[in-house]
Design a protein around this ligand. Sequence first.
Ligand SMILES: *Cc1c(COP(=O)(O)O)cnc(C)c1O
Ligand SMILES: [Zn+2]
Length: 425
Amino acid sequence: MSNVTHLHCLVCGRDYAPGEIEYVCPEHGNEGIVDVRYDYERIGRQISPQILRENGDMTIWRYRPLLPIAPGAPVPPLSVGWTPLYPAPRLGQPLGLRHLWVKDDGRQPTASFKDRASAIAVVMAQEKGAAVITTASTGNAAAALSGLCASVGQRNVIFVPESAPQAKIAQLLVFGSTVMLVQGSYDDAFELCLQAAAEYGWYNRNTAYNPYMSEGKKTASYEICEQLGWDAPDAIFISVGDGCIIGGVHKGLKDLLALGWIDRMPRLYGVQAAGSDYMVQAWESGEDVLTKAPIQASTVADSISAGLPRDRLKAMAAVRETGGSYVRVTDAEILDAILPLARATGVFAEPAGAAAYAGLVAAVRLGLVRADERIVVLNTGSGLKDIASAMRAVESSGTRPNRVRPDMDDLRRVMSSLNEEATTR
Ligand SMILES: *Cc1c(COP(=O)(O)O)cnc(C)c1O
Ligand SMILES: [Zn+2]
């Protein structure tokens, strides 16, 4: 038995016993997003900062009493979680920020934040004895599910838009998933996957449909706070597509407050691309996200391209209840963020990861953060996921490699021209 007490519907407020419903609240179709609730008193007797200090398991499973899985459930062997939180003084300095960190989830086993959620999906599907797990994805959730399934020999079927970056599709094929390249958008892939799961009886990992995905994603908050000695930061910057990550990060922080392990709630900033800004629009207009119509999404940051953010209820609550804000950045600002982030920290982010930093730059410009605040930027995916975008960023910055014949004379020619450039600049 896990420490889950019930599932709470965020639309109608009904509570369900764990196991009474599998995914959404049946009262309102696929929009019946539910929140997984826990017995914190019981959790507090099983785990504490002191116990964690002595726990050598540096993966998400160190927080097992806070996860929706049985105490003895077998977990996949891939090492998920406990990604580095790097102090980033040279990134903060030009922005006038004195206390900035970058949490690098590009360092997950399949190179994105999504491993946190897919790990939970695999454990839960195996608890149920599911023959097949399925998901729709812009690419990273798919790659994460694919890799985690490979690690335990679990069959899986993946739906991705055919426009997904090559590296992400390569991961799926290498790991041996059954891959459906959908001739349409992520939103089309999502709908098709929901129908397929219902027809074939597959275990469904889909973001915001499966309520347990937030429970994997929330582990990032535990790690950030533990890595900061349980002194919560003032603000966290997170890129938003479906909104499951920001909702999960919020959930993790709420857990820690309920346990009394942190004493304040950080402000959460959701960053969206201008071409996929459903949440920013709703934030600005005050529209109800339950009834706001989908938009046409298009952005270079494929991982945050979502016309109808599936986890929009939790995503809006995350920003509203913490006193944060939604922030819009252009594709140019996203691409322009890749190099400064990489050069000041050594962290190479895919566009959706760099978007979080671009959002911080915008927030500084808008006066949303102060110089002395403690700020965390979450990089959600590795730059190696999308080399084409990285090379666009490099080219537009004017960075060029030097061509040299394999002899010292030619190298000297190149070096002296570089020195001239440097002195004439
Ligand atoms: C999925 C993803 C996001 C956005 O997460 P949502 O839960 O869809 O908001 C951001 N960055 C990367 C790299 C992702 O893979
Ligand atoms: Zn309901």
